[in-house]
Design a protein around this ligand. Structure first.
Ligand SMILES: Nc1ncnc2c1ncn2[C@@H]1O[C@H](COP(=O)(O)OP(=O)(O)O)[C@@H](O)[C@H]1O
Ligand SMILES: [Mg+2]
Length: 313
């Protein structure tokens, strides 16, 4: 079954007396299958939180549809199937972590004995045993993020939606979040999480969507987006002055001059290999051959730049 289905979703915010318009979503489509860890990636302002709030029934879209396990978002049966970590969780600061989790458990209708059992286990899982009975007022940002995760997972829903789950956490905290997500996946849960930190997605996601400027720029398995193929080879060389012009032609015109020497870039290894021969034949020397693979980081920057162009036009 499909856990999340989003079709042609659009959202424009209208603000203030002057009715300033911000287009946050420009018609996005994606589907998350049951059991997937799905990463929703994009730079700040891409529209991730807007999408998530629509999924949670907290914002209404201007167009399009969103469903959770086939039910319209915002409906009671859709909400009962989702645990949710908001981007900036604000809690009743006079409650302790245990009391907050108890409140959430009650809202989801979990019976008292079962509630206590789950709360104890969850406090342990998110590493807050030492602070469970202290008021949240005294918690650090990282501790609050852990409480937020605990309350998202407590109801044991088939779908968990996490908006920037790793924000405010140190590297150890980040690893804990990764481990928690993987443990949920192993229990058959579907996890949908947003992040602007690419490293958090690379070790976790079955598939990702890249969002920028309110549009989906790519969807797929990470290893498809992160093509293993070498997509550029730089050849750093030196050659006698009279030969440079001919070599520039052999390289298709693209030769840069750096402190290391001249640099020619090629789309594939065969072209680079024949260029190496040309350099040697011309009496030059090859100083370095540098293969480049596209990283998610590069794809991301590329997509973000495309998004900025699209939204500024
Ligand atoms: N309540 C709001 N009123 C007006 N504009 C908003 C509101 N919420 C978000 N936006 C705008 O919508 C765009 C997308 O924001 P958001 O969904 O929060 O992005 P992300 O979570 O990817 O950083 C941004 O340009 C943001 O300024
Ligand atoms: Mg956000």
């Amino acid at each position: 079954m499909t856990a999340i289905t989003v079709q042609n979703l659009s959202k424009t915010f209208v603000r203030g007396f002057l009715r300033r318009r911000t287009v946050a979503l420009r018609g996005i489509d994606f589907a998350v299958e049951e059991g997937e860890v799905f990463g929703f990636l994009g730079p700040n302002g891409a529209g991730k939180t807007t999408t998530i709030k629509i999924l949670m029934g907290l914002l209404f879209p201007n167009g399009g549809t969103a469903r959770i396990f086939g039910r319209p978002v915002g409906s009671r049966c859709a909400k009962a199937k989702v645990g949710y970590l908001p981007e900036r969780p604000y809690f009743y600061e006079y409650l302790t972590a245990r009391e907050l989790l108890d409140l959430v458990g009650r809202l989801y209708g979990i019976e008292a004995g079962e509630r206590r059992r789950r709360i104890d286990a969850m406090i342990e899982r998110v590493g807050l045993s030492h602070a469970a009975d202290r008021a949240l007022r005294g918690y650090s940002k990282g501790m609050l993020q852990r409480v937020g995760l605990a309350q998202a997972l407590l109801p044991d829903t088939p779908l968990v939606v996490l908006d920037e789950p790793a924000s405010g956490l140190d590297p150890i905290g980040r690893k804990d979040v990764r481990d928690l997500i993987l443990a949920e996946k192993a229990r058959g849960k579907t996890i949908f999480f947003s992040t602007h930190i690419l490293a958090d997605a690379t070790t976790l996601c079955d598939r990702v969507a890249i969002l920028a400027g309110g549009r989906i720029r790519g969807i797929g398995a990470l290893d498809e987006l992160l093509s293993a193929k070498i997509d550029r080879v730089d050849v750093v060389f030196r050659a006698p002055e009279p030969a440079i012009e001919a070599l520039r032609d052999a390289a298709g015109g693209a030769v840069r001059t750096t402190a290391e020497g001249s640099v020619a870039s090629f789309d594939d290894e065969a072209q680079a290999a024949s260029f190496l021969r040309a350099v040697l034949d011309a009496g030059g020397t090859v100083r370095e051959v540098v293969p480049h693979r596209r990283t998610l980081e590069e794809i991301f920057v590329e997509k973000a730049a495309a998004g900025r162009e699209a939204s500024s036009s």
